[in-house]
Write a protein that binds this ligand. Structure first.
Ligand code: PMP
Length: 299
C-alpha cells in the first residue's frame, strides 16, 4: 500500500484559531519546538461524531504544556470547540484527532522565554492501530530503553521529547518482527508499550503497573472503570518482569491501540480470553456512547 505523506492530503488543519488548507499548514524550520522538543500533543479518537473523553484530553494537553513551562493561549472550551470544528471541516465522524502545541520562532536557543505558543489540530482516518485479527493478539519484543525516573524527565507530560526512546524501541521491535515493544522503567519494573498502557489478568484479577513514571492513560482509566463495573478486581502495583509468566491474559490500552490483546511478550505467552474479550467489547461499546453516558461510566 502506497503511503500518503502527511503533508500532501486534502482537508483542513486548525492552526492558531483558523482552519487552513491541509497543504498550507507549514511550519518554519527554525521553530523552537522542532529543535528543542518544546512541544506537547494529544491523541484522541472520534467515534460516530463524538470525540471520546475530549475534555480529559484537552485538560491533559493544557497540563502537559504547563509542565513544560508554557501556557497554551486558548481555553479548554476553545480547544474542545476547535477539535470538533476540525472534525466537521474534514467531514469525518470516526477519526484520530491530533492537537499539538509548540514554542515558535522568536528565540532559538535552550532559553526560549519569549517564544509565541502555537496550537494546531489535525484529524485523519485511523482504523485499528494493530490491524488484522485483533483477538489473535499481538507479539511484543523487549525494549532496550527504559522509561526515565520522574527526576530525570517530565514524565507526566505528553511531551514530544519523551517519544524519542519510544520510536527507537518500536523500530527495533518491528525490525525483529514484533508489533511493539514492552518498555521497563528505570528500576527494571514493567512500565508500558511505546504508545499504550499494559494490563495483565492473573487468577481472574486485573493487574496494571502504577503510573509513576509514564502516562496514566485516559484509556487505562476507562478500562479500570469498566472492569470494576464487571466486578473484576483491579490492582495497581509495581510489576516485575518475572511475574508476567503468571498471567493468563495480557492486553494494551491506549487511544490509538484501544484494547488490544497480547499473544506474547518476548518468550512469555498469553491466551487472550474472557477478561480481555469482555473489556474489549465494553470499551467498544463505551466509546460509541454520548459524552453524558460516558461520564456516567467513567466519572
Ligand atoms: N503511554 C504512552 C507512551 C502513550 O503514547 C499513550 C497514548 N497517548 C498512552 C500511554 C495511553 O494514553 P491514552 O489512553 O490517554 O491514549
Amino acid at each position: 500500500m502506497a503511503l500518503v505523506p502527511f503533508d500532501d492530503r486534502d482537508g483542513f488543519i486548525w492552526w492558531d484559531g483558523k482552519l487552513v488548507p491541509w497543504r498550507d499548514a507549514k511550519l518554519h524550520v527554525l521553530s523552537h519546538g522542532l529543535h528543542y522538543a518544546s512541544a506537547v500533543f494529544e491523541g484522541e479518537r472520534a467515534y460516530a461524531g463524538n470525540i471520546f473523553r475530549l475534555r480529559a484530553h484537552t485538560d491533559r494537553l493544557i497540563n502537559s504544556a504547563r509542565i513544560l513551562g508554557f501556557e497554551i493561549p486558548f481555553s479548554a472550551e476553545q480547544i474542545d470547540t476547535a477539535c470538533i470544528e476540525t472534525l466537521a471541516a474534514n467531514n469525518l465522524t470516526d477519526a484520530y484527532v491530533r492537537p499539538i502545541a509548540w514554542r515558535g520562532t522568536e528565540m532559538l536557543a535552550v532559553s526560549a522565554q519569549h517564544t509565541t505558543i502555537h496550537l494546531a489540530i489535525a484529524v485523519w482516518p485511523w482504523p485499528s492501530y494493530f490491524g488484522g485479527d485483533r483477538m489473535a493478539g499481538i507479539r511484543l519484543g523487549l525494549a532496550e530503553w527504559r522509561r526515565p525516573a520522574p527526576e530525570t524527565a517530565p514524565v507526566a507530560a505528553k511531551a514530544t521529547g519523551l517519544y524519542m526512546i519510544g520510536t527507537l524501541s518500536k523500530h527495533k521491535a518491528e525490525a525483529e518482527g514484533f508489533a511493539d515493544a514492552l518498555m521497563l522503567d528505570w528500576r527494571g519494573r514493567v512500565a508500558e508499550a511505546t504508545g499504550a498502557n499494559i494490563f495483565f489478568a492473573i487468577d481472574g484479577v486485573l493487574h496494571t503497573p502504577t503510573p509513576d513514571c509514564f502516562l496514566d492513560g485516559i484509556t487505562r482509566r476507562s478500562v479500570m472503570a469498566l472492569a470494576r463495573h464487571r466486578q473484576i478486581q483491579v490492582v495497581e502495583r509495581a510489576i516485575q518482569p518475572e511475574e508476567m509468566g503468571r498471567a493468563a491474559e495480557a492486553f494494551l490500552a491506549g487511544t490509538a491501540a484501544e484494547v488490544t490483546p497480547i499473544r506474547a511478550i518476548g518468550n512469555v505467552g498469553f491466551t487472550p480470553g474472557r477478561i480481555t474479550e469482555t473489556l474489549m467489547a465494553d470499551y467498544d461499546a463505551l466509546v460509541r456512547k454520548s459524552p453524558v453516558e460516558v461520564a456516567r461510566v467513567v466519572a
